[in-house]
Design a protein around this ligand. Structure first.
Ligand code: PLP
Length: 385
């Protein structure tokens, strides 16, 4: 009899996080070992032989994250980019990918500057319209790579609609779900085939470790990625695995507060006279607000707003005191950044113009401090603009 599936918070705290057998330790131990004693030649205990191949702390995290995304298995890597790398290694020369035209800059850099050298080709389209995806599909298209909402334009893609288009052509869909976390969006339940995260962001949640994961919907994907962990070695360390196991225990309470604070900051900014535009799927004026309500269980805390000019953005970012001027996102502290000169510098002025990213835009990852303090900080910073 299949055990009834427990609630999300319960799974976050208990799945893969069971007390350890030997001592009953409630916290998952960090198995700091590179190798394992074998009872006799060819008889490793419990199947553990070498830590690049498997490690009990890492196994626990993989069990946990598979459960949260509703997948059959998960494979964790040293960073989000190591996960993107492993995904690319699932392909062979001659394969083609249809990708969103506003993906995380590091993914695009890896595709265009590394993978193309190995005969894999990429077509970038605005995935807001599934028709654009349909038009870009080729006979050799293996995957559709999506990110929704996008960074920093906060544009959404209808995962269910694009999955239908991809599946009709025999391709699989992989969704970078870093911005939403599995608490707010579960792509596998919407028809996606794999989910990728930079666990560096909301899953870990404390801005103190790097990691990446791919959650699989089939045993075949999991076997291939497990083989790639062993073959290419870009695995997550036991310590980082433990950090994320610890982080996900509070994922639900963190995400709920991120969402409450995110809505409050978006509302505040949308009424401020010095803010020209606010991009946040939770606002009624967001062109895809209805899709956001349908596809996501919350709106999260990623907000982009227009200050009008590079000069204004710089003044504001120099003035903030509670908000931390830094790249990255998803930590408990509010992080604020200037995409044009920081995260999206590499795509060039032309690339930025194409996706509508201006020099006056500021991106904020609203943390879980007292929201009054975040608002007061933004108020005093906007005063100098
Ligand atoms: C940060 C990020 C990545 C890359 O992850 P790293 O852990 O920094 O390697 C990939 N996708 C998105 C959406 C990200 O925000």
């Amino acid at each position: 009899m299949k055990a009834e599936r427990k609630g999300f918070s319960t799974r976050a705290i208990h799945d893969g996080q069971e007390p350890e057998q030997l001592t009953g330790a409630v916290g998952v131990p960090i198995y700091a070992t590179s190798t394992y004693q074998q009872d006799e030649v060819g008889k490793p205990r419990l199947g553990y032989e070498y830590a690049r191949v498997s490690n009990p702390t890492r196994d626990r995290l993989e069990t946990n994250l598979a459960s949260l995304e509703g997948g059959v298995a998960a494979r964790v890597f040293a960073s989000g980019m190591a996960a993107v790398t492993a995904f690319c290694q699932m392909m062979k020369s001659g394969d083609h990918v249809v990708a969103g035209d506003n993906l995380y800059g590091g993914s695009v850099r890896f595709f265009n500057q590394v993978m193309v050298k190995f005969g894999i080709t990429f077509t970038y389209v605005d995935t807001k319209d599934p028709e654009n995806v349909a038009a870009a599909m080729q006979g050799n298209t293996r995957y559709v790579f999506l990110e929704t909402p996008t960074n920093p334009m906060m544009a959404l893609t209808d995962i269910a609609a694009v999955s239908k288009v991809a599946h009709a052509k025999g391709a699989e869909v992989i969704v970078d779900n870093t911005f939403m976390s599995p608490f707010f969006q579960r792509p596998l339940e919407l028809g996606g085939d794999m989910v990728l995260h930079s666990t560096t962001k909301f899953l870990n949640g404390h801005s103190d470790g790097l990691g990446g994961v791919i959650v699989c919907s089939t045993a075949e994907q999991a076997d291939t990625l497990g083989f790639l962990q062993k073959a290419s070695g870009g695995i997550m360390s036991p310590f980082e695995s433990w950090l994320i196991l610890r982080g996900v225990k509070t994922l639900v309470v963190r995400m709920k507060q991120h969402d409450i604070n995110g809505r409050a900051v978006a509302e505040y900014l949308s009424k401020h006279s010095k803010v020209e535009r606010v991009l946040y799927p939770g606002l009624k004026e967001h062109p895809q607000h209805e899709l956001a309500k349908r596809q996501m269980k919350g709106f999260g805390s990623m907000i982009t707003f227009e200050t009008g000019s590079l000069e204004n953005a710089k003044k504001l970012l120099k003035q903030v005191k509670v908000c931390v001027l830094a790249e990255s996102l998803g930590g408990v502290e509010t992080l604020i950044s200037h995409p044009a000169s920081m995260t999206h510098e590499a795509i060039g002025a032309e690339g930025r113009a194409r996706i509508g990213l201006t020099d006056g835009m500021v991106r904020i990852s609203v943390g879980i401090e007292e929201v009054e303090d975040i608002l007061a900080d933004l108020e005093q910073a906007l005063a100098v603009v």
